[in-house]
Write a protein that binds this ligand. Structure first.
Ligand code: SF4
Length: 753
């Protein structure tokens, strides 16, 4: 919605920059953003905003943002028309598919794909049109272990329980720094305010992290765990719960399989056994287990630090196993499952489903199993460079910069340069897209519609908000969804005599029919048996994302059901409520929502039980003799994609190595000195920042930096390039179950540069 005064207008809009989904009030005039404030009336964020949201105008108007498609010849780029660019993409991708086969095509989806409506609605169509199993994304440098644990425990990889932070009285938080990250897999604007409120109502929160982070500094207690020790720590907590008779699964006790197996499997991992490896003493572990069990309402929440490590899947599983056996799962104040407005309405869900399979196929070179239809992004370079049948020859990237954000970035950059063809849907000529033959730029954020398909599914309250585009498409720009669907059309065989826009309209209708058709064919849907064409006709004129969102909302949990629930939600309802609609706190959904074949919570999936032997064996490895590397977040940054915004790049350089003063002293390093950080994979030079808040033996570097490629066009970022710390991470170090890269706990050495 837009309000106007003195020819300036204010538009209300959900911030698309991180998972928190804050409401923004955007004042603008003549296509220029004047000011961005937090929307005080937003039902979820109530006026909260962070520096990134406040800089949305700068991001929108970034002069380095591409306005027209670019075509590369050698090292030279030229702007070309959209039709010329699409023709080149059709030719490039289809040539490779015909000369080799569809497996010679690959796609990489970057993290911003999850934050924009086009990505969440249409990437699947693009993957399908490519017809390849070579699918990669940022999920395997982030949250894939969480998908795996949810898939195996609850039967659905997206069924990730979130901490009910507003109603809990005790939060045990591992590997997360929401004070700075604004939360992840737990969509909640204003984490600092919510954590302060928890303490104000006499609750407690405990942060387990190698660093006394900003979140830890505000906690009741900080446990400085060794990097990568979360799975041992959690196993010992659960061991104690069983050992001391504190297990109380509560309402869901009869809906759980594997309690005895879980107890038996964790028997060897007593606090006293794992204390040295974790760096937390056994007394502390036992006390925390008792506190957790005794709290009126408690929740354990683990995030990126628990995922991006060698036992990421085990740690993710144990977080939810702890919640389950203490009766904290699916209970207010515990770990709960959201009911987003676009979730299909199901009257009386019956527990049970097909469950979640992994390893349905394997990557060609290292044989890594697919998880969620993806291979580890750590395997992308070798799939391009290793000769043989099904070698990747052409790549599509969408909103990603894997050269900076995935392990061994130099090897990946070298591999990209060997591709026969590459196309990137991306607003920037960056360290990755500079290898593309064609770059197709999507419009800036304020020229897009927005509804958060991904993150309402992880929200700590059931809320919904729809944001129309604030500004028209600049120039002859194409909306991202049309770019995607035009690529789909090109891959699907173009009808002669039909123009680009008509192709898009045809594919759009096809995708819409598929989505509607799936729902009317589902016996559990209230729309089962309805005429899909009649439903599509009822959706009316809009096309593209608006039409799909309208359908999802009307068929969804609070929807009007196409007449079945008069007054129920539809897109127009959200358009009439620009500050969003709050459907209330999360409600219990189990056992009905379970999708496991047994219809029960699987506490002890065999894959995890088997992997415990690896965890136990690692106990005997002893201490790492040197230092280990971990990552970190900053409030003014988000992976690699905020470094070209001048307003976010002010202040002291942020790409520094945090080192404990005692470790620095031993290495002869002083504050502000340039140092070498070396791993088995690579070496970087970076400025040292001595900080007693980091645990001894640990070095912390932020990731997403390294903007020193002269072929990129990121002028602001290039002034403070930082260093690409992912070249210290090995492509060969992954969590074997999920394929997630190991980015924390990497052995490194330090020296003066
Ligand atoms: S916390 Fe996230 S959603 Fe909120 S303003 Fe900042 S970047 Fe935007």
């Amino acid at each position: 919605m837009v309000t106007s005064s003195d020819s300036a207008s204010t538009a209300y809009r959900t911030c698309p920059l991180c998972e928190a989904t804050c409401g923004l009030a955007i004042e603008h005039r003549d296509g220029k953003v004047l000011r961005v404030r937090g929307d005080a009336d937003d039902v979820f964020s109530k006026g909260f905003i962070c520096p990134k949201g406040a800089a949305l105008g700068e991001l929108n108007e970034d002069p380095d943002r591409l306005r027209r498609p670019l075509k590369r010849t050698g090292d030279r780029w030229e702007e070309v028309s959209w039709s010329e660019a699409f023709a080149a993409v059709d030719a490039g991708l289809n040539r490779v598919a015909q000369q080799y086969n569809r497996q010679a095509l690959a796609i990489y989806l970057g993290n911003p794909s999850a934050h924009n409506l086009s990505g969440t609605l249409y990437n699947r169509a693009l993957i399908k049109a490519l017809g390849t199993r070579n699918v990669f994304s940022a999920s395997t440098v982030d949250q894939m272990p969480k998908h795996l644990s949810s898939g195996l425990m609850f039967g659905a990889p997206l069924m990730i329980p979130v901490p009910d932070v507003d109603r809990t009285s005790y939060m045990l938080m591992l590997g997360a720094n929401p004070w700075v990250s604004n939360g992840s897999l737990a969509t909640a604007p204003d984490w600092p305010g919510r954590l302060r409120a928890l303490r104000k109502r006499q609750g407690r929160f405990v942060v387990v992290d190698p660093v006394r982070t900003q979140t830890a500094a505000h906690a009741d207690e900080h446990v400085a765990l060794r990097p990568g020790a979360d799975a041992w720590f959690l196993a010992a907590i659960i061991h104690t719960i069983f050992d001391e008779g504190l297990a109380r699964p509560g309402r869901l006790a009869e809906a759980m399989n594997g309690r005895a197996e879980l107890e038996a499997a964790l028997k060897p991992l007593a606090p006293e056994r794992v204390a040295d490896a974790t760096g937390a003493d056994a007394t502390t572990i036992r006390r925390l287990a008792r506190e957790f069990a005794a709290a009126e309402r408690a929740v354990c929440y683990g995030r990126i630090g628990t995922c991006t490590q060698r036992f990421g899947s085990l740690a993710s599983w144990l977080v939810d196993a702890l919640n389950a056996i203490t009766g904290r799962l699916d209970e207010p104040g515990g770990a709960m499952f959201p009911t987003p407005a676009h979730e299909p309405r199901r009257a009386t869900p019956t527990p049970g489903g097909r469950g979640f399979d992994v390893g349905r196929w394997n990557s060609r070179v290292r044989g890594a199993p697919e998880v969620l239809g993806e291979f580890p992004v750590a395997a992308l370079a070798e799939e391009i460079t290793t000769e043989g049948e099904h070698q990747i020859r052409a790549l599509v990237t969408v909103a990603g910069n894997p050269v900076l954000s995935t392990p061994d970035g130099d090897a990946l950059a070298s591999a990209l340069s060997r591709l026969d063809f590459m196309v990137s849907i991306d607003p920037y000529l960056n360290e990755t897209t500079r290898h593309a033959d064609i770059i197709l730029p999507p419009p800036p954020p304020l020229s897009r519609t927005h509804y958060d398909v991904s993150f309402y599914g992880f929200a700590i309250r059931n809320v919904a908000n729809f944001s129309p585009a604030v500004m028209p498409l600049p120039g002859d720009g194409w909306p991202e969804w049309k770019i995607q669907l035009r690529l789909v059309a090109g891959l699907s065989g173009l009808a002669a005599g039909v123009d680009d826009q008509q192709h898009v309209a045809q594919v759009d209708d096809f995708v819409c029919r598929q989505v509607v058709g799936r729902e009317v064919r589902d016996p559990a849907s209230p729309l089962n048996g309805r005429d899909p064409e009649a439903l599509i006709a009822e959706l009316g004129e809009p096309r593209g994302p608006e039409r799909l969102v309208d359908f999802l909302l009307r068929a969804g949990a609070y929807g009007d059901g196409f007449g079945a629930h008069p007054g129920g939600l539809r897109l127009q309802t959200l358009e009439d409520n620009p500050h969003g609609i709050d459907f209330g706190p999360l409600v219990s959904k189990l056992p009905g929502a379970l999708k496991t074949p047994s219809g029960r919570i699987e506490l002890a999936p065999p894959a995890f039980i088997e992997d415990l032997s690896r965890l136990e064996a690692a106990l005997d490895e002893g201490d790492s003799p040197g230092l280990v590397l971990i990552g970190r977040r900053h409030l003014r940054s988000n992976n690699s994609w905020m470094h070209n915004v001048p307003g976010l790049m002010t202040g002291r350089p942020r790409c520094t190595a945090l080192i404990h003063p005692d470790d620095a002293k031993e290495a002869g390093i002083t504050d502000g000195q340039t140092v070498r950080v070396r791993s088995a994979t690579g070496e970087v030079t970076v400025v040292a920042e001595l900080d007693p808040s980091i645990r001894r033996g640990v070095v912390s570097l932020p990731h997403g930096w390294g903007h020193s490629d002269e072929h990129a066009r990121l002028r602001v970022a290039a002034r403070t390039p930082g260093t690409n710390t992912n070249i210290l991470a090995s492509r060969h170090q992954i969590d074997p179950l999920s394929g997630n890269s190991v980015l924390n706990g990497i052995p490194v050495s330090l020296g003066v540069a």
